[in-house]
Design a binder for this molecule. Sequence first.
Ligand code: AMP
Length: 214
Amino acid sequence: MKAIILLGAPGAGKGTLAEGVRSATGYIHVSTGDMLRAAIKGGTPTGLEAKAWMDKGELVPDDVILRLVSERLAQGQATDQYMFDGFPRTLEQARRLDDTLGRLGGHVDQVFLLEVPTPVIVSRLSGRRICKSCGAVYHVTNIPPTVEGVCDHCGGPLYQRPDDSEATVLNRLDVYLRQTASLIEFYDTKGLLVRINAGTTPQDATAELLSKLA
Ligand code: AMP
């Protein structure tokens, strides 16, 4: 079992890069944010517990996250290659991921740190708009729709995700600095950290990551 990790602030482009890497390789994309949003949509007890934290931009408790990830890995095969996006987010999660992978005969192979200047992150997140009908993603200046507030694909109305409002974006960045940024040193000390310039285009960042994938 192989595992790589995409590490970076919210808005660094982890989800977008993961999609590029997944389609170019055999890695299985595991996003804890996507798993939590699916749990909320499905109305499960985990979803109900997670929603209050997510709406505030706070982290969901480690035990909830570890349970989701362990259940996901237990369904896999020994030969699987996993790409974690948005996980781990705390030192406790990182240590317990090592234990879980170890029990399954695997380990973390590489950790890609997506580096983006903070002003770019704030602009990416606070300018993001999503189509209410089809989910297409826009940005008020970087990827504007032809007609303001209207989806090019389906004509649906565009809206701003509640956790993309400026106050919540600033809290999410603060949470990243306080709780997640220490993972940079944790993985650098182990010799696993690989830095990627993710302040460019998704195409350039994906190409850089693929060229550094062992
Ligand atoms: P994301 O889609 O990765 O930006 O995650 C959205 C939200 O889900 C975060 O702001 C957290 O509230 C929660 N979340 C996702 N992954 C984790 C994690 N590994 N640990 C704690 N909370 C998480």
